[in-house]
Design a binder for this molecule. Structure first.
Ligand code: BEZ
Length: 210
């Protein structure tokens, strides 16, 4: 069965461009983003890896480690890295898993045989400090992902993990948030004084800080 939100992210040991990674140990109790690429030396993947490399400081700021995967071997990843720098101006500055036997890809259900037999789809798994899967995304090979969106999701996940709030459509840092229905009006008054009742089931408040 496909991995679902709340499942523990499966542990694995794999060779990467930054040495052997024991996944749970590598996560080190923090946030992690694991994402797959169908194949090395392919156009969309090249642009994606450059994009992630440029955003790496933003993932760092959020305490989130990033790790990519492709079913090609390590020497291919290393050669490709130079092309990625040529094309995008940034070489991968995070580990890329070499998964030629597809063991990690299979563990995470990244191969969808009806889409492609031997290469992965574009999967993303965001993993929380409790090692549980917090988000899954599946894009087809033909569509490059929006990695800014992953930063936005991390902001939301990190905020909602700390406060009893959720985030509305298109929310971004600094926008108002929603008080979860489980919080009574009395508790909300204590915790979010001056909150706004749009509908009895939709109460908003400025983004909590701290
Ligand atoms: C690409 O990255 O452009 C790509 C990879 C595999 C299949 C199709 C496109």
């Amino acid at each position: 069965m496909a991995l679902q939100l709340g499942d523990e992210a499966p542990d694995f040991t794999a060779e990467t461009t930054e040495g052997t990674v024991h996944f749970h140990e590598w996560l080190d109790g923090g946030w992690g983003v694991l994402f797959s690429h169908p194949k090395d030396f392919t156009p969309v993947c090249t642009t994606e890896l450059g994009a992630v490399a440029k955003l790496k400081p933003e993932f760092d700021k959020r305490g989130a480690k990033v790790i990519g995967l492709s079913v090609d071997p390590l020497d291919a990843h290393e050669g490709w890295s130079k092309d990625i720098k040529d094309v995008t101006g940034a070489a991968p500055n995070f580990p890329m898993i070499a998964d030629p036997d597809r063991s990690v890809a299979d563990l995470y259900g990244m191969i969808h045989p009806k889409a492609a037999d031997t290469t992965t789809v574009r999967s993303v798994f965001v993993i929380g400090p409790d090692k549980k899967v917090k988000l899954t995304l599946t894009y087809p090979a033909s569509t490059g992902r929006n990695f800014e969106e992953l930063l936005r999701v991390l902001d939301s996940l990190q905020l909602t993990a700390k406060h009893q709030v959720s985030t509305p459509a298109d929310w971004k840092q600094g926008d108002d948030v929603i008080i979860v229905p489980a919080v009574s009006d009395e508790d909300a008054q204590q915790r979010f004084p001056g909150f706004k009742t749009v509908k009895p089931y939709l109460r908003t408040t400025p983004q909590p800080t701290g």
